[in-house]
Design a protein around this ligand. Structure first.
Ligand code: P6P
Length: 346
């Protein structure tokens, strides 16, 4: 500790000491949405984030890490924390009475909410992304996107097989030394930090705006031998730039929420391109790429497959994958330029 008394010690401030505009729960309560249903849905999601944060923090102590012995639709061994996080999300979203269709990375099929509990929103989510990092204590996170049900629909898969541009909200909660919830409802991006003493998400990063250009690139270069030429050419241009430019720094955590969070705050580019080994890429379109692309654009950045705006893609399968480049506007425009100039399969 620095020994200096912090100028504003939020922990000792009671909630009444915080302007409502700083506490997410209050903001949502004061939310101006017409019927308040989206507000109530976001409140439910906020509560799940607090609950999951508690379990992630305790995971080591109550032996929640380690394999649950089951595998999920991705064929990956499911960790107990994955199972628990998925159950928390599904139960809370159903109980909210505001949802009609749920899609989870952990569930092969979409959940169509029964009539008596049905609401007018569809939530697609990865309850605990980056789960392979759980044992190593690396930051992991919940990613979610929200569509409003289509007029006249009672909730079908068609309500979520829509471009990400039709989402009404998207966000993630990153679980690390603190829990950071980053959220957009279509007019900018705000970041909140969970104050465990208050049990509230406090506004710590108002109006997150991604710098127009950064100095960091975030790719798994372990896949470099499989990269298609435009990607190889782009990476070469930032690793061996013509003088007097200096090379970019490499930062890769291997947990999408952590890599995207850093990119939003510091700028630069995050990429998980499709390649000769993974023809469709690795990241999931509906509940990884769409929400992160929504946030990136709302923060002033760009999110592309290299040849197409991610939010314009029309999904055909709830678990389909896509190629992702997202981050600072000028950095991503450089990638798009290489896709235009370099033959894709040279
Ligand atoms: P790789 C984690 O498993 C994840 O789905 C994302 O969070 C992350 O960006 C990516 O996969 C990491 O993949 O192949 O680099 O380990």
């Amino acid at each position: 500790a620095s020994g200096k008394t912090p100028s504003v010690d939020l922990i000792t401030l009671t909630r009444s000491g915080l302007p409502a505009s700083h506490v997410l729960s209050d903001q949502l309560r004061l939310g101006s949405t017409a019927t308040g249903d989206l507000t109530l849905l976001l409140t439910a999601i906020q509560v799940t984030s607090k609950f999951i944060a508690t379990n992630v923090r305790k995971a080591r102590l109550i032996n929640l890490v380690g394999l649950a012995g089951e595998t999920n639709v991705q064929g990956e061994e499911q960790k107990k924390l994955d199972v628990l996080s998925n159950d928390i999300m599904v139960n809370a979203l159903r109980a909210s009475g505001k949802t009609a269709v749920l899609v989870s990375e952990e569930l092969e099929d979409a959940i169509i909410i029964e009539e008596e509990k049905r609401g007018k929103y569809c939530v697609v989510f990865d309850p605990l992304d980056g789960s392979s990092n759980i044992d190593a204590g690396v930051n992991i996170g919940t990613i979610f996107g929200i569509y409003k049900i289509q007029p006249g629909s009672k909730g079908t898969i068609e309500d979520v097989l829509r471009p990400g541009s039709e989402m009404v909200a998207a966000g993630y909660t990153m679980y690390g030394s603190s829990a950071n919830l980053v959220l957009s409802t279509g007019s900018g991006v705000n970041g909140y930090t969970l104050d465990a003493a208050l049990g509230e998400f406090i506004l710590t990063h108002p109006n997150i705006t991604i710098p127009p250009r950064g100095k960091i690139y975030s790719f798994n270069e372990g896949n470099a031998m499989y990269f298609y030429p435009p990607v190889t050419a782009y990476l070469k241009s930032i690793k061996y730039p013509a003088s007097p430019k200096s090379p970019y720094s490499a930062r890769y955590i291997g947990s999408m929420v952590a890599d995207v969070h850093r990119t939003l705050l510091y700028g630069g580019i995050f990429g998980y391109p499709n390649d000769k080994k993974s023809k469709h890429g690795k990241l999931r379109l509906l509940y990884e790429a769409f929400p992160m692309a929504f946030l990136t654009e709302q923060a002033g950045g760009i999110a592309t497959t290299g040849t197409k705006r991610i939010l314009d893609i029309v999904p055909t399968d709830i678990h389909e994958r896509c190629s992702v480049f997202l981050g600072s506007r000028d950095d991503v425009l450089d990638v798009i330029k290489f896709f235009k100039e370099v033959p894709a399969d040279a």
